[in-house]
Design a binder for this molecule. Structure first.
Ligand code: GCU
Length: 427
């Protein structure tokens, strides 16, 4: 029975994510999978090492200024701006044993307001049992509540939004539910001396249209005000929630907040790379299948495009309102995904894709790496040497790294091993 539920959930998530593959149109907009029709992605492609005023960036000091320009471009044109001030954060922390005594388990509730019923996120953290002092951790942004991600008795039941009532409901625990095989993965990380943390992204703020008055975004929303062109979308709000969690991690004696790696898949891959861009305390950034609106070059008309993402019935609310404007003006956009890659430099970045995940355009992510790597080089970091698109399951672990699993959309079991290896080398 639980196997069936698990399979069903997998299908739902993957089906949702792979939506659009092998279809001629999505939301009435044609989808192209023909390399001969992708257009010239270099047309109008901004140079990350040239200032807005046309002057070249020659050194690390100048790059810091150019970086600030690029960050602003993404805030104004793609993801939207964070509020100027953090909310008043409060924490509840419970520390006990997990996995029948095999690990230290912490369950943290991070409240974003003085109201206990207001927006809050439950964070589940596992630490190696024999750890001495603070440990480096992987923070996983999950589609599932913690009690559905990990099967460990005593994990608090999570919550889910009901878009109809626009309220949160408790998500039932399923004893014996094996999550997505995550228990074994977590234990593997612990064995290597890393901690593993997970949270459900919709605890921070929901994931549906007209949701800006709910969750974390709701705390900053004045009813009746129209959205400004650079108003934050939900991806920026999820990133802001992670930044609030970093404030907590800095106070947690068990976590080495200077050595936090982040991953998430799909829209959470987009969230991972944007969080890495805007929150420099994230040390290692590993977006999975982030695709369009993430690490894939948008000027390539292949698979999903900006127009698909921002079509009114799809995901415009995840971005700032201005993003939709660029849907039919790709070559004029002041940004593209290679500049997002550049924003992570000089920190380690591993782009993880899937060979058959054509909706997300794995080649488009590789090209973003190729176009963005000169910033890593300017900062003295190692990058893939050649331009040749790597074969599946041939990981490249340079500071700016890339790995494409054989298969489709999602994080596959071997991807957790790739992340672990990347963390071992770079954290
Ligand atoms: C859709 C969307 C993608 C997104 C994915 C997901 O497939 O088109 O851009 O990454 O959903 O987040 O699951």
């Amino acid at each position: 029975m639980f196997k069936r539920v698990s399979a069903l959930l997998c299908c739902l998530l993957l089906g949702m994510a792979a939506f659009g593959q092998d279809r001629d149109t999505v939301a009435g907009i044609p989808v192209n999978y023909d390399e001969l029709k992708v257009g010239d992605y270099k047309a109008g492609l901004p140079d990350p090492l040239v200032f807005n005023n046309g002057k070249p960036v020659k050194n690390a000091r100048q790059w810091a200024k150019r970086r600030a320009e690029i960050l602003r471009i993404f805030e104004e044109n793609q993801y939207g701006k964070w509020p100027a001030r953090k909310p008043a954060l409060r924490y509840d922390v419970a520390r006990d044993e997990g996995f029948g005594g095999e690990a230290v388990r912490k369950q943290i509730t991070l409240y974003f307001s003085p109201d206990n019923d207001g927006p809050r996120v439950d964070v589940l953290v596992y630490l190696p049992k024999d750890a001495v002092g603070a440990v480096p951790i992987l923070l996983n942004l999950s589609f599932s509540p913690n009690n559905m991600t990990i099967s460990d008795p005593g994990v608090k039941p999570g919550r889910r939004w009901d878009p109809k009532t626009r309220t949160m409901m408790e998500s039932p625990s399923m004893p014996g539910f094996a999550g997505f095989g995550m228990d074994a993965t977590v234990k593997k990380y612990l064995k290597e001396g890393f901690g593993f943390a997970t949270l459900c992204y919709t605890d921070i703020t929901p994931d549906f249209q007209d949701d800006d008055e709910l969750g974390l975004r709701g705390l900053y929303h004045t009813p009746g005000t129209p959205r400004a062109s650079d108003d934050w979308g939900s991806i920026s709000a999820w990133a802001f929630g992670v930044s609030c969690l970093m404030d907590y991690f800095e106070k947690d004696p068990d976590v080495d907040a200077k050595r936090v790696a982040l991953t998430g898949c799909s829209r959470l891959g987009k969230t991972t790379i944007w969080t890495g861009a805007v929150e420099p305390r994230i040390k290692v950034v590993m977006p999975s299948c982030s695709g369009e609106g993430g690490a894939a070059i948008s000027r390539r008309v292949y698979g999903e495009t900006v127009a698909h993402l921002t079509e009114p019935t799809r995901f415009p609310y995840q971005f700032c309102p201005k993003y939709a404007y660029w849907g039919d003006k790709l070559t004029q956009m002041p940004m593209d995904a290679h500049m997002l890659v550049a924003l992570i430099a000089p920190r380690p970045l591993l782009l993880q894709t899937g060979s058959t995940d054509i909706w997300s355009d794995p080649l488009g992510e590789w090209l973003a790496l190729i176009e963005g790597r000169k910033v890593y080089q300017l900062l003295g970091k190692d990058v893939p040497a050649g331009d040749e698109f790597p074969a599946a399951d041939q990981p490249i672990y340079t500071t700016l790294g890339y790995v494409m699993h054989e298969g489709g959309h999602g994080i596959q079991p071997q991807d957790w091993d790739y992340y672990l290896e990347f963390m071992k080398r770079h954290l």
